[in-house]
Design a binder for this molecule. Structure first.
Ligand code: FAD
Length: 465
């Protein structure tokens, strides 16, 4: 009888424990399936940029699986129901998958597991997408960590993460009806805004490895300092590949450690701790399933957010605020589906603290536009900036976009790359100081000092209440 391997956020053949377990039993009778599920209760529909990525990632994966002699079976609908149907259709006796950690997905998986138990079907899940299970690393008192540094220290005192598993060399199974990927309409059409994404990214397992190898061959050296410079390609850009599980943290962990360059030892350590932030975010989401909708710190529930005017909100989304760092970041996001981390912090701070807009509004925009948008890192980082999160930046820390760009993009290389109107500006960081304003570039939507005071006093009110 066949074994079903149900792929979800693990669109890879290498280091895929569920697939490896199936192959170990028999390479001849495996059904590998992916289900596009927008029907199950609580599932957050993908944003535009992740839909684009998913299409291309699945397209790649189908080809790789076909090259090995197998088939990626595409189905859509409420996932639990679809798998039950597939079991009935094929007589499968085992269903294997790698674990996921958001509540709606966990509920689907738990329900399916119990159905399998009742129906004589083996269901087994594996650890694949996090180095440390969210329940594995706990404080002395047995609860989850709320602060990153001790969390990561505790992680590192755990046994070394396991070695990655090899990809199967061949695959075979029954040929089954499969949806045409195009019928899921994951790609944008009217208008097709994906040109910039296409230029920037190669979704899929091979593209992920290219990124990792390129990074370990060069930029990793100096990462600890360069990771703050948005003009430099100083980070790995692995985030969307990790988001879709085209590469696993185990593979990244061991490949970085094996990278022989001794002079990059500290850089590799810092890189590892960034991967640790991803673990921390998932751990937070696991223990706080409503992280994307509720303030982690409930005292923020009384905060007096402002309703933004349409024009203010649009200025932020489209990169027309009149603040070069904010505009460059928001345009990088729109053009490429990704934004440099430092600029993510600055743009988020601007929306939350200078425009005083509820962080959930920004989280939703990033959710829709980031190719790496995920259920844990996005809300956790938005709450970090807002000050409402765990281990959060204090509310009174307000990023000043002018100071930020002067410090991290002194020559304005990044600013000019994404805001061409500023190429001839004299005061690249403060173009409103030019005798003649740069043509086509707006004046600031809000005053930084004034809005800073407004935010601080709203925060004081919250503390008094
Ligand atoms: P690198 O510097 O090469 O880091 C390696 C990996 O570590 C990343 O790929 C990522 O998986 C992880 N990582 C690094 N920083 C963080 C962090 N602060 N939190 C969690 N994981 C981290 N990251 C996402 O993956 N998805 C999101 O939806 C997301 N939303 C964000 C929203 C805001 C407001 C902010 C401030 C940050 C957000 N981040 C998010 C975190 C971070 O900006 C990106 O992970 C990082 O910029 C990705 O680029 P990279 O792969 O080159 O990172």
């Amino acid at each position: 009888a066949p074994t079903i391997v149900w792929l979800r956020d693990d669109l890879r053949l290498g280091d895929n424990p569920a697939l490896s377990a199936a192959v170990e039993a028999s390479t001849d009778n495996i059904i590998i399936c992916f289900i596009f599920d927008e029907e199950s209760a609580g599932i957050r529909p993908l944003g535009g940029a992740t839909r684009w990525w998913l299409h291309h990632s699945l397209d790649q994966l189908s080809r790789t699986i076909a090259d090995l002699g197998g088939q990626l079976v595409l189905r859509s609908g409420a996932a639990g129901q679809v798998i039950r149907g597939l079991v009935a259709e094929t007589g499968a006796e085992r269903v294997l998958w790698n674990r996921r950690y958001a509540q709606p997905e966990r509920t689907i998986d738990a329900d399916l597991k119990s159905w399998c138990g009742d129906n004589g079907v083996e269901a087994t899940s594996y650890q694949a997408n996090l180095l440390f299970e969210p329940w594995q690393v706990t404080t002395g008192a047995g609860g989850p960590y709320k602060v990153f540094t001790p969390f990561w220290r505790a992680c590192k005192s755990q046994p070394e993460p396991r070695e990655p598993l090899p990809a199967p060399e061949r695959l075979a199974g029954p040929t089954l009806p499969s949806d045409d990927l195009a019928s899921w309409s994951l790609l944008p059409t009217m208008p097709d805004w994906s040109g910039g994404l296409q230029k920037q990214w190669t979704p899929g397992e091979e593209g992920a490895w290219e990124r990792l190898d390129d990074f370990l061959d060069g930029p990793v050296e100096g990462y600890a300092g360069n990771r703050d410079l948005p003009a430099v390609e100083g980070t790995s850009r692995l985030s969307p590949h990790l988001r879709f599980g085209e590469i696993s943290p185990f593979q990244i962990w061991h490949a970085s450690k094996a990278s022989t360059n001794a002079s990059a030892a500290r850089d590799i350590q810092v890189f590892g701790s960034e991967v640790g932030w991803r673990e921390f975010c998932w751990q937070l989401l696991f223990h706080n399933p409503d992280l994307a909708t509720q303030n982690y710190r409930r005292d923020f529930d009384g905060f007096s957010w402002q309703t933004p005017t349409q024009s203010e909100l649009r200025a932020w989304q489209q990169g027309h605020t009149g603040y070069p760092m904010i505009d460059a970041g928001m345009r990088q996001l729109w053009d490429t589906g990704w934004m440099h981390n430092r600029v993510r912090m600055a743009t988020a701070s601007f929306l939350i603290k200078n425009l005083m807009v509820d962080w959930r509004v920004g989280e939703q925009w990033f959710w829709d536009t980031l190719v790496d948008a995920d259920s844990a890192s996005n809300p956790a980082n938005w709450q970090w900036v807002a000050g409402s999160g765990a281990d959060a930046s204090p509310y009174f820390r307000i990023f000043n976009p002018v100071t930020q760009s002067k410090k991290f993009d002194k020559e304005g290389v990044y600013l000019k790359r994404f805001v061409p109107e500023l190429r001839d500006a004299g005061n690249i960081h403060e173009p409103w100081k030019d005798a003649e304003a740069p043509a086509g570039y707006p004046s600031p939507v809000v005053d930084l000092a004034e809005t800073r005071e407004r935010a601080l006093s709203a925060y004081q009110d919250l503390r008094r209440d």
